[in-house]
Design a protein around this ligand. Structure first.
Ligand SMILES: O=C(O)c1ccc[n+]([C@@H]2O[C@H](COP(=O)([O-])O)[C@@H](O)[C@H]2O)c1
Ligand SMILES: Cc1cc2nc[nH]c2cc1C
Length: 354
């Protein structure tokens, strides 16, 4: 079974097309011919260039957008690492499905769908719009042993791939990653420490808003999780299984799946970035398909993005997750493409270059 899952993952990763450098160069040339000093639109120009390299087009139609919100629970919550109870995870899933969460509001404004997937919530949930791909009823407490088995982690990754492929088949062209999981900043901190080597004192943040005392405890829990599991930094699936989470694994799949479908994927905050780092270690070719959205307030986020080689578009001091920062950046992506498509050129407008 496990080898079958690995085969599917490897096959998906092998379908990711290399970045089209020639199209990116065409985008640069087009951009430099528009009525502005070269480079003056800053990151918007970099975004347009990247989208050209991903799609092969200078202004691809990315009007069909979706944020994939992966949900899962974390056994490590019994160590007191979050400011909120685990029950909030299923409660927020229902909120997403009813359209009342922050991500729903921002997605409506951006014209994006919210796709909610249960990969590991510790409650039995049913709703007509919920995609049920549960691989665990919450992970085990990683401070004591592995959070998941390798097979469970792989099944969650495959669920993410399948959701992304299904959405792409239905016409979605631009993806955002989102997640919900009380305790998941702890799992993300452990993954960040294992995969980048940054100390736990740098990877551990305040999550939903813990105080100094709980932060010290969280740092100790991260260190204990590493001692208890000895995750292999050279084996991203091993790390994902032992010290990750089902929703993080699901997002790894969404990122690889979106890239395999030729679609750009906007990475949200700290947890999404931990998933992006794992995805980049599994499938290096997925990297150019990733766009970092915002810099989260969660400590360690900038180092985590740096480790992937990403630079965030905006700094809004957000720390919500759900895909909120990524969905906000849909507006900037639309803006970047519209500028490419509609701006006059020096030639067409008769403007002197020197
Ligand atoms: O995305 C972020 O950067 C981010 C930073 C802090 C908290 N969160 C959200 O808060 C939850 C995890 O926080 P915690 O304290 O329970 O580990 C989870 O549902 C995340 O979506 C998200
Ligand atoms: C209310 C609430 C909403 C969230 N959305 C993402 N993480 C969250 C954590 C809490 C506590």
């Amino acid at each position: 079974m496990e080898s079958e899952l690995v085969k599917k993952l490897t096959e998906t990763a092998s379908r990711i097309k290399p970045f089209d450098e020639e199209a990116a160069l065409r985008a640069d040339r087009h951009s430099d011919g528009l009525t502005k000093p070269p480079g003056s639109l800053g990151k918007l120009e970099a975004v347009a260039r990247q989208l050209a390299g991903i799609t092969g087009e200078l202004w691809p139609d990315l009007s069909r957008k979706a944020v994939i919100v992966m949900a899962g629970d974390h056994g490590v919550c019994e160590e007191g690492v979050s400011a909120f109870p685990q029950a909030v995870t299923p409660q927020m899933v229902m909120n997403f499905l009813q359209g009342g969460a922050a991500v729903n509001v921002l997605a409506r404004q951006a014209g994006a769908d919210v796709v909610c997937v249960d990969v590991g919530v510790n409650a039995d949930l049913a709703h007509e719009r919920l995609i049920s791909r549960k691989v665990v009823h919450g992970t085990a407490n990683m401070a004591k042993g592995p959070a998941m088995s390798r097979e469970e982690a792989l099944r969650a990754v495959l669920a993410g791939i399948e959701v992304a492929e299904e959405q792409a088949k239905n016409g979605i062209r631009l993806f955002a990653t989102g997640e919900m999981g009380i305790g998941n900043t702890t799992a993300s901190a452990v993954l960040a420490t294992v995969l980048t080597g940054m100390p736990a004192e740098e990877s551990v943040g305040r999550g939903t808003g813990i105080d100094d005392e709980a932060w010290l405890k969280k740092v100790a829990v991260v260190k204990r999780a590493i001692e208890a599991n000895a995750p292999d930094a050279a084996d991203p699936i091993d790390a994902l299984a032992k010290v990750g989470g089902a929703e993080i694994a699901g997002l790894v799949g969404v990122i690889i799946g979106a890239a395999a479908c030729g679609c750009p994927v906007v990475i949200d905050g700290y947890i999404s970035s931990a998933a992006a780092l794992v995805a980049s270690r599994i499938a290096e070719r997925a990297k150019p398909y990733m766009l970092a959205s915002h810099l989260s307030r969660e400590q360690g986020h900038s180092k985590l993005l740096e480790a992937i080689g990403l630079s965030p578009m905006i700094h809004l001091e957000m720390r919500l997750g759900e895909g909120t920062g990524a969905v906000l950046c849909f507006h900037f992506i639309d803006a970047a493409l519209l500028l490419m498509q509609e701006m006059a050129t020096f030639e067409s407008a008769g403007i002197s270059k020197r």
